[in-house]
Design a protein around this ligand. Structure first.
Ligand code: RUG
Length: 842
């Protein structure tokens, strides 16, 4: 490519290469240039919004240059790439992350200060990119950070929702959903109007036979929608490698709108096609761990995977390699079952469009894909009705049936004695209506399947996917315990702690890339100066949160109190209801004390945050109860500072960055066996907070790493859950006496209309207590008492915190990505200094 450009022109290009700012003076110059030219403002009307815009544009210019070079380098090297397909990327803010990853935050700080701004205020101007619900989407974002930081050639593919997860407002104690229109000003995306793919829906299939007798299927007719690419640069930390996140936006394939209809006066329907097409990428479905089976959701899934695969295949075809080399060049990770149609789509491309034999094509497909399972909850395991798939994607349904037929034939051959196995493992569930089981399709079409924490991976091997382990052998099923990026979740969120750690573990550029270096701080666990500084950092973080609580709720909390935090999606299995029942129990206990006794009690602030899916009635009741308890407790003059209950509205990534570093104890208290991994548990411990939790998900591995003396575990074990549920439904279900007391108080109307909370109470008392709240309540309360006692001994508490942080190195998403690369993708990093960046881009 380089050789094809004539020498003089090449020289002119190279001489004028863009470089972006270097140093403070150039940074300021770039900011002022963007204010004056890009934004058409001046020093007289540059407010913080404009300063944010100009700063972002200056940083974006820097990013783009490395981004182009990285893409050129990757094209030139022509090595294997990873494609991470995720319907959710919960990115949060980009500017602070770009400053830190590029290593220019100090430059920005002093430059902005000279121009009259505080960098912290400018960062706050950015709207979160909230294209996800919770842990699954945030994991995808952490993975992108690690992939770039470790120099892996990797692209993310997702949807560019016009509305991300809704904004939550709390009005009179109830959740109210408000649309999140985040695209007003988004300097971090690049529309690629030249990169489009037309995606087909509906229609019918015709088959033709050629002279040799070969049958080819043709998918014809139907409706076409255009996918337009929007690219987002993903900077690696302390490396020039900058990867690409490609998000697809939908628009009408026929252009703006129907002129014929418009001209004939049919104004309304003239824009109908356009609006219908745009609807596909309009909103993120707000469900976490819940499958709803809506047609638009299936449309979103196909639209996104078809556009992404077209793109991946187009890139591969440029290399002119034979098809059998496709899996040597391409690894596609399916983040949950949402992109499973990609398996069918690739098979379709290979057999219908490229003319490969079924078996050759299927081999390629299986070697290319791998699938991550994130849940064992039955309500979250995706199924689509056969009728809906037939209607929307007629050719895909035929291919699914063929995949199933060949698979079941193989099962029958290998397990002739187990006839029932066929119906158990069939991709088609013979129910009314018939359903396509997406997880089974994902397993059959992939070469590896992974769970996200050890317990979870064991559970999927022994329960929901047991038969598949028998069929394919145990090696197909692996565990990759989740991780988090220490760049955002330590260095960015908690700069005070990060620099204190750096004073012992070496400079951030080292320890943030090899998080096991954290173990060096354990040597200083008894160093008085280090311990003092540690306590000061925590207090400052708590003060920062206390200020935030005051400014958003008006409630004053003391940073000296124990901060007890539970922030995550509201879900019965995560058991925020158990937490608030525990808070009520504490309140009753305080009320029964004399004022003198109460003064001796360690004050506690119970902090909650999280969104409920709009249609999840019970989760909304939980939010309402928390707020109702808060308004009683916080206004009770007997209680004062001894207990405060706070619900922080609209929990999101940027709020997590303020809340997590301020926690003393955080709650990860799901019913054992229900939380696949959890990742906020890792974030809290990494930020010097302890956790109270059940033996579930990654809590177990956290315990193994940090030592059981440093974590507050309680409750029944996963292996006992089935028996307990059986006993609760069919046997003698005795409610824990303390919980009974709490229920009686709720029902007496102390926290408002008892009827409002009846569902939560009767779920435990009358409906079998599926989440085992009563079974675990006693042990929960006892363990909370232990927390109080331990916190009272501050010296021991600080020792626990320092020791825990020192031992958290395992939970870096870098470790996690290296495991995927080695065990699943078979892909190598591409070091940025391996060539001079010659190539054509993309
Ligand atoms: O609920 C799980 C979390 O336990 C896990 O940490 C996270 C990332 O692996 O994924 C969450 N998840 C699972 N979100 N949606 C699902 C099911 O679709």
């Amino acid at each position: 490519v380089e050789a094809s450009i004539p020498e003089p022109q090449r020289e002119a290009w190279l001489k004028n290469q863009a470089s972006g700012f270097k140093g403070k003076d150039q940074f300021e110059k770039e900011v002022v240039r963007h204010v004056e030219t890009t934004l058409a403002r001046s020093m007289f009307n540059c407010d913080e919004t404009a300063a944010y815009a100009a700063t972002s544009l200056a940083f974006r210019d820097r990013l783009v240059i490395e981004w182009n070079r990285t893409q050129q380098r990757q094209t030139f090297a022509d090595s294997k790439r990873v494609y991470y397909l995720s319907l959710e990327f919960l990115m949060g803010r980009a500017l602070d992350n770009a400053m830190l990853n590029i290593g220019e935050k100090e430059v920005a700080k002093s430059g902005l200060s000279e121009l009259g701004f505080r960098v912290e205020d400018i960062i706050q101007q950015e709207h979160d990119a909230a294209l996800g619900n919770g842990g699954l989407g945030r994991l995808a974002a952490c993975f992108l950070d690690s992939l770039a930081s470790l120099n892996f050639p990797a692209w993310g593919y997702g949807l560019r929702y016009r509305y991300g997860i809704f904004k939550q407002e709390i009005i009179d104690g109830y959740q109210v959903e408000v649309p999140d229109y985040w695209l007003d000003f988004n300097p971090w995306e690049f529309p690629r109007h030249d990169v489009t793919v037309d995606i087909q829906f509906y229609g019918n299939v015709n088959k033709t036979t050629d002279d040799s007798g070969k049958v080819t299927a043709h998918w014809e007719g139907g409706e076409t929608v255009r996918a337009v690419a929007y690219d987002v640069p993903i900077p690696g930390y302390a490396t020039p490698s900058t990867n690409n996140l490609r998000l697809w936006s939908s628009q009408a394939a026929s252009g703006e709108f129907d002129f014929q209809k418009f001209n004939s006066g049919d104004y309304e329907s003239s824009v109908g096609d356009q609006q219908r097409a745009e609807t596909i990428s309009a909103v993120l479905y707000p469900n976490d761990n819940l499958d709803r089976g809506k047609e638009l959701r299936l449309k979103q899934q196909y639209f996104w995977v078809a556009a992404s695969l077209y793109d991946i295949v187009r890139r591969f075809k440029k290399s002119k390699r034979p098809w059998r080399e496709f899996p040597d060049q391409v690894a596609i990770q399916l983040n949950d079952t949402h992109p499973t149609l990609a398996i069918v789509e690739l098979q379709r491309i290979l057999i219908d469009l490229e003319g490969l034999d079924w078996d050759d094509a299927w081999n390629i497909v299986q070697q290319t894909f791998s699938y991550t399972n994130h849940t064992v909850l039955p309500e979250a395991l995706e199924k689509w009705s056969v009728g809906l798939v037939q209607h929307l994607l007629p050719r895909h349904l035929q291919i699914i049936y063929d995949i199933n037929l060949f698979f079941l034939q193989m099962v029958e051959r290998n397990f002739p004695k187990d006839r029932e196995m066929l119906s158990r493992v069939s991709i088609i569930e013979e129910s009314q209506p018939k359903m396509v089981r997406m997880a089974y399709l994902a397993i059959v079409g992939s070469h590896k399947v992974n769970g996200v924490a050890e317990l979870h991976s064991d559970l999927i091997r022994t329960t929901i996917f047991k038969d598949f382990v028998t069929i394919f052998g145990p090696d197909k099923f692996v565990n990759v315990t989740n991780g988090i990026t220490p760049r955002r979740w330590l260095h960015q969120a908690n700069p005070g702690l990060s620099s204190l750690i750096a004073s012992k573990a070496g400079d951030p550029e080292h320890y943030l890339k090899d998080l096991t270096l954290l173990n060096k701080i354990e040597l200083s666990v008894n160093d008085p100066a280090f311990r003092k500084a540690w306590a000061e950092v925590k207090l400052a973080n708590k003060q920062r949160l206390a200020d935030y609580i005051k400014s958003t709720t008006g409630i004053v909390v003391s940073p000296k109190a124990l901060f007890d935090v539970q922030v995550k999606r509201i879900h019965e299995y995560k058991r925020q209801q158990m937490n608030i029942f525990g808070v009520i129990f504490r309140y009753l206990k305080l009320k029964s004390m004399s004022p003198e006794e109460r003064k001796k009690v360690l004050p506690r602030v119970s902090i909650f945050g999280g969104k409920a899916a709009p249609g999840y009635w019970m989760a909304k009741q939980i939010i309402h109860l928390i707020n109702s308890v808060g308004s009683v407790v916080n206004n009770d003059p007997d209680i004062g500072d001894a207990l405060k209950v706070i619900f922080l509205e609209d929990y999101n990534v940027s709020k997590a960055e303020i809340i997590i570093p301020a926690s003393d104890i955080s709650e990860h208290i799901s019913t054992a066996g229900t939380e696949a991994s959890g990742t906020s548990n890792m974030k809290f411990v990494l930020n010097g907070g302890l956790i109270i939790g059940t033996c579930d998900g990654a809590n177990i591995e956290i315990t193994r790493e940090i030592g059981e003396e440093n974590i507050f575990l309680f409750g029944n074990l996963a292996e006992d859950v089935d028996d307990l549920r059986h006993k609760n439904t069919y046997g003698d279900h005795k409610i824990d006496p303390s919980l009974d007391k709490v229920f009686n108080v709720i029902q007496s109307g102390t926290f408002g209309n008892a009827q409002d909370f009846q569902g939560m109470v009767s779920a435990v008392r009358e409906h079998g207590d599926f989440y085992l709240v009563s079974d675990d309540f006693h042990s929960y309360l006892e363990t909370q008492e232990l927390v109080d006692k331990s916190y009272a001994d501050q010296e021991l508490w600080i020792t626990k915190c320092i020791t825990s942080v020192a031992r958290m190195g395992f939970f870096s998403s870098d470790r996690c990505i290296n495991e995927y690369a080695e065990e699943i993708w078979n892909v190598e990093p591409l070091q940025p200094d391996t060539n001079n960046g010659v190539g054509k881009g993309e």
